[in-house]
Design a protein around this ligand. Structure first.
Ligand code: ADP
Length: 904
């Protein structure tokens, strides 16, 4: 400090009663005021350049220096108390305030003597005492933490109890140690700002030593404590309170949920003790269709349906007036006259004297349930009516009585006023349909109409409204007042019918009549279940009517049946299970030559004793005992005729149909004989062909060789004509030779000593190619076949001949100069091989597909294509001998495909 500054310092501080000094960073005093000398009993000059460490109590020295250095490092003023040691005097308690001036590099310090002031001393004593009582022994937990270190610096006994730590442990902790980890960032953020702790009240979550979470309400204020800015915190454990609050909130929620649910689901009304409505909820308005204004101030008579009697409501009032809960089902009426059922609970609210002061009615709409109950009752009634009708229909043989009784049951079950039955008839004279009333049942009050002459013989056209749907098997139902104007409506109105339902009766698919149901009292909507009930009944009644018809019909049918049995072309008889003959028609009489009068009612075998050992008995017995039909042909010795017999078993015995087939049998026999003869002549023919062709060769060879001789020797003598004749003759002989050879070949087919063998088709084709080499080269033909041709187990030579003929034809029947392309393919199935020889030749007209396989059949002149017409006939014979088949497919100009099948 300069001399000038030193001067100023002196002037400014010398009059202060506090100790004021400046000190360098080695704690050496640089300037001191005069008061310092006075207070510390030193010559101020002596103090100057003295050391602070010599002036303070040794035990406090560490704390003092630390605090001073903190003021330097933080750049803030620090304030703390310590004892100064005056020269030869008792230590003096002083409050020291230190501030580091960075520019001057000096600590500026003031120290106020606290000990010299008696009131201050008292205050400190009192302060310490009060600190003890106010803080340490305070029944509410308190603590102090240092703003800089965030460490707890003091806490009272209650705090330790609350957190469960010892004092030593607790004072080691900082504020973050008693917080759940997730709250720590918040705490650190808050601790940055001192203001946040100035007299504030907050709720935090704190942790006990054992980890338990507490909810803490804290009130903190900023204090200087032991020289540091600190927060004094009052703690209030409100965990229990918070839990209670939450519980309360939950309970409140639940109650309000209940209230909501109740309001949503039920009809609620509150009345005073007189029954005057004071509150209704929305549902009440919705169901009753009254507005809230219309209901409030009225009583429940407004929704009274009149269904319950006075006693019912008297009982209700008696119960609730006594303060008891009433519960029951009530039928109410809404504003628009609809009825609705409620399940009601009426709860009286009681005052302190247990007297009701209001009633709350909670009701649930049970109309649907009630309706289904009512439905069940109605359905049960209808079902039992059906059962009754059925038993009545069984009970009475006389159908009219049965029907009349049924009408009674039905009419009562369905609560109508009239039930009636009309039968239709067709009048040929007028050419019109009519309905005639046959039966009627009326309820006590309704007028019977059975004898109303106007309702008999009703023409269809007059009641067209319902005849039209009935004819289509549809019911007719109507509320008469709503029907459009018509004759039908007039008739119904004249009988005072309000509602009508009419159902058709169909017998054997024809519209036979109808049953009607009238309601004369109310405009009734016919429900689906009522209609279906009446339909069921009508069908029962229809079958009762049909039954009556059937009895009549049965007699006719019996007559008809015997007529049929007589008139069928076949002979017929029937026996019962004891072989007694029950029927024997005229044809049977004729064929078997036994009159029905002679055999009816007798045992069949007593008449035909000899047949007991024949196939007749065997077959009839088998059919009867095994219950299977039987068909057989048999020669009936005693009459020398053939019979074809069919017998059918039934529970009542056997029905036997038979016819005389002697003629057919004779024809069959004849046919067999002819076939035999044919087979014989066939083989003879073959024999002939063989012999002829064989023997003809010899003279033919002679003709040919002599013609050759003639040509050779007399060539020069012959003129052109002679030469041409010889040429014709030798050409004819050549052709004849070919024919004979072919014929021989043909006749030989099938006559072979050869055994079957495995024939490799590919090798076979190579062989055929060899035989045709010349022709193939000449025509530059291309012959190909499918890869991997099979090996077939068969006779080799005929198969080679077959391929030879087909390939030869394929090469031959080509357009002039065309290059033949021949392809051989095959397909294999489980049972056979199928080969195809396809060419690109001239093709064949489908007309000749069959003809070409016949011997000597040719389609071309020998000059165009040479040949004998035997080749394909040989092919066919070969294939048929092997049980196969051969055929051709072709299109003119596009080539032919010869297919043949060889069975495996
Ligand atoms: P031919 O000795 O005349 O060849 P075939 O019995 O072998 O006698 O044939 C009968 C007739 O069938 C032949 O005259 C010919 O008209 C016709 N034909 C046979 N094969 C073929 C074929 N691949 N293409 C066209 N026509 C054919």
């Amino acid at each position: 400090m300069s001399a000038h500054n030193s001067m100023i310092f002196k002037k400014m501080t010398n009059h202060s009663s506090d100790l004021i000094f400046a000190m360098n960073d080695e704690f050496k005093l640089q300037e001191v005021n005069e008061a310092s000398g006075r207070i510390l009993d030193y010559d101020p000059q002596e103090l100057k350049n003295g050391r602070l460490i010599d002036l303070v109590e040794k035990e406090e020295l560490f704390f003092v220096l630390q605090s001073i250095e903190k003021s330097k490092s933080d750049g803030k003023e620090v304030r703390f108390q310590t004892r100064f040691l005056p020269n030869n005097k008792k230590a003096v308690l002083m409050e020291l305030s230190v501030y580091w001036d960075r520019e001057d590099k000096l600590y500026y310090c003031t120290a106020r003597d606290l000990s010299n002031r008696t009131e201050a001393a008292v205050a400190i004593n009192e302060y310490e005492e009060s600190f003890h009582y106010l803080f340490m022994e305070n029944p509410s937990p308190m603590l102090i933490w240092d703003f800089t270190t965030l460490k707890f610096v003091e806490c009272n006994t209650e705090t330790l109890k609350l957190y469960g730590y010892t004092r030593e442990e607790f004072l080691q902790l900082s504020i973050t140690d008693i917080r759940p980890p997730e709250d720590i960032p918040l705490i650190l953020e808050a601790s940055k700002n001192e203001q946040a702790y100035r007299n504030i009240k907050k709720r935090w979550r704190h942790l006990k030593k054992n980890g338990e979470v507490m909810c803490m309400e804290i009130k903190s204020s900023i204090i200087n404590f032991r020289g540091s800015r600190s927060a004094l915190v009052h703690l209030n454990d409100i965990t229990a309170k918070v839990n209670a609050e939450e519980e309360l909130f939950r309970t409140y929620r639940k109650v309000s949920d209940y209230k909501f649910a109740l309001d949503e689901s039920s009809i609620v009304a509150i009345t005073d003790t007189n029954g005057t409505i004071t509150y209704v909820n929305d549902n009440f308005c919705k169901v009753s269709k009254y507005s809230r204004q219309e209901l409030i101030g009225r009583d429940h008579r407004i929704v009274n349906s009149g269904f319950h009697d006075k006693e019912f409501f008297a009982g209700l009032w008696n119960t609730i007036k006594k303060g008891e809960v009433w519960r029951g089902e009530i039928k109410n009426k809404s504003k628009d006259g609809d009825h609705y059922w409620v399940d009601a609970t009426i709860v009286p609210f009681l005052d302190e004297e247990d007297k009701p002061y209001q009633y709350m009615a909670v009701r649930f709409d049970i109309t649907a349930k009630k309706k289904s109950e009512e439905n069940i009752i109605i359905k049960t009634k209808l079902l039992s009516a059906i059962a009754n009708v059925i038993s009545v229909l069984f009970q009475y043989d006389d159908w009219e009585i049965a029907l009349a009784n049924s009408f009674n049951i039905v009419g009562e079950a369905i609560a109508v006023d009239r039930v009636y039955y009309f039968e239709n008839y067709f009048d040929l004279e007028t050419n019109k349909g009519y309905a005639n009333q046959k039966l009627e049942w009326t309820a006590y009050k309704a007028d019977p109409q059975l004898n109303n002459p106007e309702l008999q013989n009703l023409p269809f056209e007059v009641i067209a409204d319902f005849i039209v749907p009935l004819r289509e098997m549809k019911p007719f139902k109507a509320i008469v007042s709503q029907m459009p104007e018509s004759n039908t409506k007039d008739i119904l109105l004249s009988q005072e019918i309000k509602s009508i339902l009419v159902l058709p009766i169909f017998l054997q698919d024809s519209f036979y009549g109808f049953i009607g149901f009238d309601d004369c009292r109310k405009e009734r909507e016919w429900r689906e279940d009522e209609v279906s009930f009446l339909k069921t009944l009508t069908s029962k009644l229809a079958s009762a009517i049909e039954k009556r018809q059937n009895v009549l019909a049965l007699e006719d049918a019996l007559k008809e049946k015997s007529h049929i049995l007589e008139s069928i072309g076949e002979a017929f008889f029937a026996v019962d299970t004891q072989w007694v003959v029950t029927y024997w028609n005229q044809k049977a009489e004729k064929i078997l030559n036994t009159k029905s009068a002679d055999i009816l009612g007798k045992n069949l075998w007593s008449i035909y004793k000899e047949e007991m050992v024949s196939s007749f008995y065997r077959e009839y017995n088998r059919s009867m005992t095994q219950n299977v039909p039987s068909h057989f042909e048999v020669f009936f010795d005693s009459l020398s005729i053939w019979l074809e017999v069919s017998c059918y078993p039934s529970p009542s015995g056997l029905s036997i149909f038979f016819k005389d087939i002697s003629e057919r049998k004779i024809n069959e026999e004849k046919l067999k004989k002819i076939n035999k003869e044919l087979a014989l002549s066939n083989s003879e023919l073959e024999q002939f062909a063989f012999v002829a062709s064989h023997d003809l060769q010899e003279p033919l060879r002679m003709i040919t060789s002599f013609l050759a001789q003639l040509e050779k020797k007399y060539n020069s003598l012959l003129d052109e004509k002679g030469k041409r004749y010889i040429h014709f003759a030798s050409d004819g002989a050549k052709r004849m030779r070919n024919i004979i050879l072919d014929l021989l070949e043909f006749s030989r087919v099938g006559k072979t000593d050869e055994n079957k063998q495995t024939v490799n088709i590919e090798e076979l084709l190579e062989e055929v190619m060899g035989l045709n080499r010349k022709l193939i080269q000449e025509k530059r033909a291309q012959i190909s076949w499918q890869e991997e041709l099979p090996s077939v187990y068969t006779f080799r030579s005929p198969l080679r001949l077959l391929f030879q003929n087909l390939i030869n034809n394929a090469l031959k029947y080509q357009a002039e100069g065309a290059r033949p392309e021949i392809d051989i393919s095959f397909e294999e199935s489980d049972s056979n091989w199928r080969f195809t020889v396809a060419d690109n030749g001239i093709g064949i007209d489908p007309e000749y597909f069959d003809k070409i396989f016949t011997i000597f059949q040719r389609l071309h002149n020998k000059d165009v294509y040479s040949g004998t017409g035997v080749g394909l006939a040989i092919c066919k014979k070969i294939i048929e001998n092997l049980d196969g088949e051969i055929w051709v497919t072709s299109e003119i100009g596009k080539g032919s495909q010869f297919h043949f099948i060889l069975p495996k």
